[in-house]
Design a protein around this ligand. Structure first.
Ligand SMILES: [Cu+2]
Length: 126
């Protein structure tokens, strides 16, 4: 009896690494129109009426960046002139002038033509 001594080669199946090299090309059409500002509230718009030689009701909650529209309903020109010079708006009779609030604080103002016309605008920082 002969031992043939079978060879048992360890046969490995060919290891096929079918690498799924999938290149995902993202054609992102980002139009980048969204503003980068995180959470700043949208600016507000307020109106202050000049009538009968006085300033009307002043708005509360005004912040830097908000807009104030000064409306002159009198038949003479007026101004809204801040004593700290942070604004100086001239408004002809029957006209209105838009102004963006730039500075925070309790801002006293008056009309240079009629110094008895005065008010104080409370402006909060942004
Ligand atoms: Cu005036």
């Amino acid at each position: 009896m002969q031992d043939t001594g079978k060879a048992h080669p360890l046969r490995r199946g060919p290891l096929r690494i079918s690498g799924a090299a999938a290149l995902l090309t993202f054609a992102l059409a980002t139009t980048a129109t969204a503003p980068a500002t995180a959470r700043s509230p949208a600016p507000q718009k307020y109106t202050v009426v000049m009538a009968n030689m006085s300033f009307g009701k002043l708005p509360g909650g005004v912040k830097v960046g908000d807009t104030i529209v000064w409306v002159n309903r009198d038949s003479v020109p007026h101004t809204a002139t801040a004593r700290n010079k942070s604004f100086d708006v001239r408004v002809q009779q029957g006209q209105s002038v838009s102004m963006v609030v730039k500075k925070a604080g309790s801002i006293a103002f008056y009309c240079i033509y009629h110094p008895a016309m005065r008010g104080t605008l409370a402006v909060a920082a942004q």
